[in-house]
Design a protein around this ligand. Structure first.
Ligand SMILES: Nc1ncnc2c1ncn2[C@@H]1O[C@H](COP(=O)(O)OP(=O)(O)OP(=O)(O)O)[C@@H](O)[C@H]1O
Ligand SMILES: [Mg+2]
Length: 370
């Protein structure tokens, strides 16, 4: 059993609250990605699992065992750091086996595990080299190998790809996922890169300023972000946000600002009517804006193309409408030119609404009430 459970966990450094009342159940054998902007508490959370940081308050469990006061070496976890932290004077083979020797693992067993890790990571012909004779990607594979030979119950990885170039990142990303499938072990993976999170995670936990915002599958976070932070953080290019005012009249409600007017989707009407304030942010993903004739019930936005970035099959179009800036992803076949005035439409199903008073999605309020 290699679940990891944060139960009301806090981490304070003096006055700094690095992690605030974290409740998170990491499931056995899942690939959980902790993601969020710099300083949000990802590394601190991971290091608490590893035992490299003390838990200030709350309970941390690995499996059924409370580990708050357990030494790192007794936790059955292995951590891979961003800086590979290899021993420079040791060969790859010795880097892989060193931790096991310290743990007095019998020699034949060490040899078996080193061979196995070398095979998985394709390090067989590099075993006698020193780290400085390796490329960045090869060093990172050795760092992964050093974790694998431990055969831990939980792998902890802190931005392990950030020192690699784009191509190697993509390759190593796939390699780590293969590793996860093959080892069928719990992985907790930290990154600030939402694309990495989306492509790798079986579930994603989004943090901001020490607070867990939402946990869910990539698709849940993309389709149903609970608040404006998650909505803006997940998805690329980022969701467009438009500030609107809700006008309620005789039980009906509309949203407007000096540039646009939107009807409120039926499914969200009650939530807008129940708001205490009248300020709403409308969220629209760039890939949900389309050209062409509106269908009944679509919202439309008229805006002027400003910059067109060609991406191959798609174009990323920067538009302005009054004070508002909008980004749309449109098929290149539309051949949009700077200066074109476009009528962009979006299906009502795809509008996200957020209450400005607290940033919460009005859709999640609807769910809570149901
Ligand atoms: N030893 C420490 N003493 C005081 N404050 C610390 C210490 N370690 C971390 N912090 C603070 O705790 C907060 C969370 O830090 P953490 O390293 O967990 O962030 P992170 O999400 O991993 O960020 P990054 O993406 O930059 O690595 C930050 O505000 C940081 O300044
Ligand atoms: Mg960090």
């Amino acid at each position: 059993m290699a679940t990891v459970t944060f139960d009301h966990v806090w981490k304070r450094y003096g006055d700094v609250v690095a992690v605030s009342d974290l409740n998170l159940d990491i499931r056995d054998e899942e690939f959980l990605v902790l993601v969020g902007p710099s300083g949000c508490g990802k590394t601190t959370s991971l290091r608490m699992i590893a035992g490299l940081e003390e838990v200030t308050e709350g309970t941390l469990r690995i499996g059924d065992r409370v580990v708050n006061d357990l030494a790192p070496k007794d936790r059955d976890v292995a951590m891979v750091f961003q800086s590979y932290a290899l021993y420079p004077h040791m060969s790859v083979r010795d880097n892989l086996s060193f931790g096991l020797k310290l743990r007095k693992v019998p020699k034949p067993e060490i040899e078996r595990r080193v061979q196995e890790a070398a095979k998985i990571l394709d390090l067989g012909n590099l075993l006698d080299r020193k780290p400085k004779q390796l490329s960045g990607g090869q060093r990172q594979r050795v760092a992964l190998g050093r974790a694998i030979v431990r055969e831990p119950a939980v792998f902890l990885m802190d931005e392990p790809l950030s020192n690699l170039d784009a191509k190697l990142r993509a390759q190593t990303r796939a390699q780590i996922l293969r590793l996860h499938q093959r080892l069928a072990t719990t992985f907790v993976y930290v990154t600030h890169d939402q694309i990495e999170a989306m492509t790798m995670g079986s579930r994603i936990a989004v943090m901001s300023a020490g607070l867990l915002q939402q946990v869910g599958s990539p698709q849940e976070l993309y389709d149903h972000p609970v608040n404006k932070f998650v909505a803006g953080f997940i998805g690329s290019p980022a969701m467009n946000f438009i500030d609107m005012t809700a006008t309620r009249r005789d039980g009906s409600v509309s949203l407007s600002n000096p540039t646009f007017t939107f009807a409120v989707p039926d499914r969200l009407r009650d939530a807008v009517l129940a708001m205490s304030g009248d300020k709403v942010t409308v969220g629209i993903r760039p890939e949900h804006l389309e050209l062409g004739d509106a269908k009944p019930g679509d919202a439309t936005l008229r805006a002027t193309a400003d910059v067109v970035e060609y991406l191959g099959d798609e174009e990323q179009i920067h538009l302005t409408a009054g004070e508002q800036e909008i980004i749309a992803l449109i098929s290149s076949s539309a051949r949009v030119r700077p200066g074109d005035v476009l009528d962009l439409r979006v299906s009502m199903d795809r509008l996200h609404l957020f209450d400005d008073a607290n940033g919460l999605s009005l859709a999640s309020r609807q769910l809570a009430a149901a």
